[in-house]
Design a protein. Structure first.
Length: 358
């Protein structure tokens, strides 16, 4: 087993959702540019009237003097949602039992798998036709994955790759409210509010490669063949995938109204030349279609790609012509100030660094 210390440093806001939607007045309150996550159990102990009609919201009984009480709040976020209307929502990020945000190993491994699939496509010699993708939206592309990584879980190359959850020191203190929006090239979508981790937060975990599974004759029996070397080339392959994505994103944001700051950020990432044990990687919310699929390999045949777009209803509204830019929108963080709301940065970009443990 080859063991690595894995460090992930966030370069832009990071949100990996827990699936929970927090509600103003019930789950959180806002005051003085801060968002206070309520400890409802502690508040109920002091205010039994909340359990009786008309059942007021827990946040309604919190007074200015209570803001100094540690027991009333699970944690406090920098920033606040744009909306202060009744029942305003805030998307929660994933956390452990101590309310500390972390990076799930499954999310990281999924991002690594996507990069390996994209870089390994031509090496496996795949020639795409419509049947390869399948017709079930839930299992779309599964047959292609089997051809790239192995015919079933027992013969899957990534059996040999183990990725742990990653944690940061005082990660809770690195949380803030990110004001997000869907950006089309000439319009803006509905505002979205997210709990997010600040840039320049360092998460530490571990990555292991099972050398026994990659050694002969085991690798031959499992059908890995030459693909076993992919894992020794992991950071190089991830960087190649990210660099190609950034090149396309430069073109997309260059033509987007008001996105000059994002264009500058993408240009900076594109010019980065990581060390051999490092790679840029985008994970979590906002990654987009191109960071979760076979991406350009599906677009080589324009007619086939348009068939896939139609069959899987990948365009929610509006008319699409063959050859139109895809995707037509990106999820981005917004800068909110007196000058108005402007696109600021894309979500989820990180620097991955692996150091072998001798």
């Amino acid at each position: 087993m080859t063991n690595y210390t894995m460090k992930i440093t966030t370069l832009s806001p990071l949100h990996i959702g827990s699936g929970d939607e927090l509600r103003l007045g019930f789950d959180f309150i806002i005051n003085g540019g801060r968002t206070y996550r309520l400890n409802v159990d502690a508040i109920l102990e002091d205010h039994q009237a909340l359990l009786k009609p008309p059942y007021p919201l827990p946040g309604s009984v919190v007074r200015e003097a209570d803001l100094a009480r540690d027991d009333y709040f699970r944690y406090i976020l920098r920033g606040e949602p744009r909306s202060i209307k009744a029942d305003a929502r805030l998307q929660a990020c994933i956390k452990d039992v101590y309310d500390q945000p972390y990076l799930p190993g499954s999310s990281l491994k999924g991002a690594l798998r996507t990069a390996l699939a994209w870089t390994g496509w031509k090496e496996v010699g795949i020639k795409l036709d419509r049947r390869d993708v399948g017709y079930n939206r839930v299992f779309a592309g599964q047959g292609l994955e089997h051809r790239i990584f192995g015919e079933d879980p027992n013969h899957d190359l990534l059996r040999a790759l183990q990725v742990s959850d990653s944690f940061a020191k005082d990660a809770q203190g690195r949380l803030f409210v990110a004001n997000a929006q869907v950006l089309n090239q000439n319009s803006m979508g509905t505002p979205i509010e997210l709990e997010s981790v600040l840039p320049e937060t360092g998460f530490i975990g571990s990555l292991k490669v099972d050398d026994i599974l990659l050694s002969q004759p085991m690798a031959r029996n499992l059908g890995f063949n030459e693909r076993g070397r992919w894992l020794s080339e992991l950071t190089d392959r991830v960087q190649r995938h990210s660099h190609a994505r950034l090149e396309k994103m430069r073109e997309w944001f260059k033509d987007a109204d008001g996105a000059s700051r994002i264009s500058s950020f993408i240009d900076q990432l594109y010019s980065v030349k990581p060390a051999s044990n490092q790679a840029l990687l985008q994970v979590g919310w906002g990654t987009g279609w191109d960071g979760k699929t076979f991406w350009t390999h599906l677009q080589q045949d324009e007619y086939l790609f348009e068939k896939l777009v139609s069959d899987f209803r990948m365009i929610r509204q509006g008319k699409r012509n063959m050859g139109d830019t895809f995707p037509k929108s990106r999820r981005v963080a917004m800068s909110v100030g007196k000058a108005g709301t402007k696109p600021l940065v894309t979500f989820g970009w990180c620097l991955l660094e692996l150091k072998e443990i001798q």
